[in-house]
Design a protein around this ligand. Structure first.
Ligand SMILES: *Cc1c(COP(=O)(O)O)cnc(C)c1O
Length: 846
């Protein structure tokens, strides 16, 4: 097998099989390299066959993954090259480091607890200057690609036309930075700040600082804020010791010793150099975090070269908030919008297109794209590449906006539309054409694509539930890690995915290849199928009226009683005799299932919950029925713990587990095969790993609530419910607020009326100061009874104006707290957010 690693540098790299999409240009795929990585959640080696079929011919594979069976499999791909290594990730890192050594331009490396991505994006915005004659041609990490895998992929973008690189490095454990340093090898460093993120991976804060400082052991210059005295001390003590020639360029807003002294007054910054020179600039943002990020950027600019004050000011004025979010929104004409309107480079385009691929719930895909700025590639190559990407992602309609993309129309399909400006697009585009499409809107900043989004978006009135898809992924991975790769995962998406939106959540779960989905009713399963979900789906309450649909949509019933077993058995028997298989009732539904293939069922055993399920004593009857009905196949057997979240029921849980084991043994012996066994829900996974068996059923944990309360901090908040202030008024003491005059004021108060009521899911039990909401950083109590569509709160102590956003629950106000106030459980709050509240899905981008 070949080992000429250096040759791989000039090829396109893939590490995620999902990014290699269908019809990509064959030559491009044949030239690309796939690095098979054994991760905690996926093993890249499992997808080699699939990728070979798509046209990939070069693979980097790990020795430890090459079992004899796998070697036999790989022999079938005779014209492919397999490069055997110990670690694919390490190979990727080594290659990127080699590539870095061939480049001799300034490279800015950024680390720190917060602000890395914003500083990187702002610096790029500030430094690139004019579109036509940029000051710098910049290669930068896409979005927040700053991990052990993200960094080599970022650095791999460097080519000979770039004049500056800006890369970020993020670490969560000791010893990780060393690797990233060899790959980035920054000449200029920025240490943004130090906070508590990832504290658990380090013994002390000093250790964390020391580890981060390793990024700069070969740098010429390090920029940081001297007001972080820990950073200042450790840099002088540790970094100086290993890199004595390094220059520190520091700044302070508190008068500490530093290269630059900053003074902020209103929106003005005066920055005085230690040489006595000074400039005054008007800042575009003045919250604390933005000011810090801006100062890092300004000091970096001044370190690179001198700038006329007017240039600095005009570039600052053009600065936009960094939106790294790819937002999925409801559009006009039943369309779905994916909003990525602040950024347009090729790497980002690739990410956005794979998101489009992943989340398409409409069959037609439309891409609206501006000129691609600052790629550093010759125009011809660039647009050829963009054209290929668009084709590879099955885009039905391409719309190019900008003079340059318009000139390169020949790289795009014949039905593509081109406009030289955003104004021309808005004036001339036939918007009706977007009906029933998924539309990606992606543009570079100067094209103001936010105006296009405003035109296409179905206006959201008042209250929205934001769903963070990255948090969902994080939580999924947390539970996957807990159960390990030998245990399968069924995810509960009943009740509109616990209120979060079934189609979109299921879409994401399908992308992450979970094993099973489960819903409560046939309708929910049908809706999943209609939204393109083809994972196996278990239906927990299969009513006989829905049997036709179960069969047609290939949904798998939970069988919990002899009655339902006989009804389903007879139904399937009849379908067999008529030659009907899955998909036979629904013309558009294709399926490989033969009419006479046995139908999968899921047997529910009642081990103590006493809800649905067979008692242990009924199982011999079940088994003998099944023996006589070969048209039914028991795919899984399961039961449900009644008190998995609470230690006082541990003995009972154990008893349920033992009953379950006895029951499955009886069934197995009688059936002659072993169905998949599952018992645990979310709390069970955390509290009883020893009962995990062959599969677990993840529910509320995916949505960010750790039901046992042991490990809440390991999960991320998925849903944020927001509303807006409709009106504010001052009301005298003694007056009453709302229905039945319940909220009598004991002080003169500013009262805000919110656009949310119990019909939206803001529970009436939260009225009369029981509940609080979060208004611009202040907790404000409800006043009086909650109405159907409105709620009044006391904002006397808050800074707030009409139209401001108010947080009902979310990261700052956990659902668990609301649940306590209401004396209920988080499940009820999540699933209680009503249908009329719009769901907005977003993703931070990486
Ligand atoms: C809803 C449900 C689950 C998931 O429970 P969580 O507590 O949300 O994890 C698991 N099993 C069954 C049978 C369920 O109905």
């Amino acid at each position: 097998m070949k080992t000429k690693n250096f040759q791989l540098i000039n090829h396109q790299w893939f590490t995620d099989s999902r990014q290699v999409t269908g019809a990509a240009s064959d030559a491009q795929l044949a030239d690309a390299v796939f690095f098979a990585i054994q991760g905690e959640h996926h093993d890249g080696h499992d997808f080699i066959g699939e990728l070979y079929k798509k046209g990939i011919r070069q693979f980097v594979v790990e020795r430890s993954a090459l079992t004899p069976d796998r070697r036999t499999e790989l022999m079938h791909y005779a014209d492919a090259t397999f490069i055997e290594v110990d670690s694919s990730l390490q190979t990727l890192q080594t290659l990127a480091a080699e590539q870095r050594r061939t480049v001799h331009i300034p490279i800015i490396g950024i680390t720190g607890s917060n602000g890395k991505t914003i500083v990187k994006e702002w610096l790029a915005q500030l430094l690139e200057g004019g579109q036509v004659f940029p000051d710098f041609i910049i290669a930068k990490s896409p979005k927040s690609y700053n991990s052990q895998l993200g960094v080599p992929l970022s650095v791999h973008q460097l080519n000979e036309s770039h004049t500056l690189g800006i890369f970020e490095a993020g670490i969560s454990k000791v010893h990780e930075m060393q690797e990233l340093e060899t790959i980035i090898r920054p000449t200029i460093g920025i240490f943004t700040n130090i906070g508590t993120a990832h504290d658990e991976g380090f013994r002390t804060r000093k250790q964390k600082i020391a580890e981060k400082l390793r990024l700069f052991i070969h740098a010429d210059t390090l920029i940081y804020c001297a007001d972080y005295t820990d950073i200042d001390e450790e840099a002088r003590l540790l970094l100086k010791a290993v890199n004595p020639n390094i220059q520190f360029v520091t700044w302070s807003l508190k008068g500490r010793q530093a290269t630059y002294q900053g003074v902020i007054q209103d929106d003005k910054l005066t920055l005085t150099n230690s040489d006595g020179s000074s400039i005054e600039l008007k800042l575009p943002f003045f919250d604390r975090a933005s000011v810090e990020n801006l100062l890092h950027c300004l000091v970096t600019m001044l370190t690179l070269q001198p700038w006329p004050k007017e240039t600095l000011q005009s570039r600052l004025n053009r600065l936009r908030p960094v939106s790294m979010r790819l937002e999925q929104k409801e559009g006009i004409n039943n369309s779905v919008l994916i909003d990525d309107s602040y950024n347009n480079d090729v790497a980002g385009l690739q990410l956005a297109l794979s998101f489009l691929n992943q989340q398409s719930t409409r069959s037609r895909r439309v891409v609206i794209l501006s000129d691609v700025l600052q790629s550093g590639q010759p125009e011809n190559d660039l647009y050829e590449q963009v054209g290929d990407l668009i084709r590879a992602n099955d885009v039905g309609q391409f719309v190019g906006i900008g003079p340059i993309v318009s000139q390169n129309a020949h790289f795009f399909a014949d039905n593509s539309l081109f406009y030289t400006t955003t104004d021309a697009f808005l004036a001339q585009f036939p918007f009706n054409e977007l009906r029933d499409s998924t539309v990606l809107v992606k543009g570079a900043r100067p094209f103001s694509f936010e105006r296009i989004v405003a035109r296409l978006e179905r206006k959201v009135h008042g209250t929205v539930l934001e769903i963070n898809l990255d948090a969902l992924t994080h939580n999924l991975n947390y539970y996957r890690e807990k159960v390990g790769s030998d245990t399968k995962l069924m995810v509960m998406v009943k009740a509109f995915a616990y209120g979060s939106g079934s189609a979109e959540v299921a879409q994401l779960l399908q992308f992450h290849r979970v094993d099973y989905l489960a819903v409560a009713y046939a309708d929910e399963g049908i809706s999943l199928r209609q939204n393109g979900i083809d994972l196996p789906v278990m239906v927990m309450n299969p009513a006989p009226e829905t049997f036709d649909a179960l069969l047609a949509y290939n949904l798998e019933p939970e069988i919990y009683s002899m009655r339902i077993l006989r009804e389903w058995g007879e139904f399937v028997q009849e379908a067999w005799s008529k030659g009907q298989g899955a998909g036979s009732l629904e013309p558009g539904l294709s399926s490989d299932i033969l009419p006479r293939a046995p139908r999968p069922i899921h047997l529910k055993i009642d081990t103590g919950m006493h809800r649905l399920g067979f008692l242990e004593t009924e199982l011999s009857e079940v088994a003998s029925y099944l023996k006589n009905h070969p048209n039914l196949h028991v795919a899984t057997v399961f039961s449900h713990l009644a008190g998995s979240d609470d230690a006082q029921f541990n003995a009972f849980s154990k008893q349920q587990y033992e009953t379950f084991l006895r029951s499955t043994a009886v069934l197995e012996a009688a059936l002659g095969y072993r169905p998949t066994r599952h018992l645990l829900n979310s709390a069970g996974i955390v509290r009883f790993p020893e009962y995990k068996l062959d599969m677990v059923r993840l529910g509320i944990g995916l949505y960010g609530v750790e039901a046992s309360g042991i490990n809440q901090s390991a999960l991320q908040t998925v849903g944020t419910l927001r509303t807006v202030v409709s009106q504010i008024k001052t009301v005298r003491a003694g007056e009453s607020i709302g229905y039945s005059r319940r909220g009598v004021l004991d002080h003169e108060a500013r009262i805000a009326t919110l656009a949310i009521g119990y019909a939206d899911g803001y529970d009436r039990r939260l009225g009369n100061s029981i509940g609080h909401v979060w208004v611009n950083g202040t907790r404000c109590p409800t006043v009086g009874n909650i109405c159907m569509d409105m709620t009044m709160i006391d904002v006397t102590s808050a800074m707030v104006s009409e139209g401001d956003e108010v947080l009902i629950f979310g990261p700052e106000l956990p659902i668990t707290e609301l649940a306590k106030q209401m004396q209920t459980i988080p499940y009820e709050i999540l699933t209680g957010v009503s249908d009329r509240v719009k769901r907005v899905f977003f993703k931070e981008g990486n």
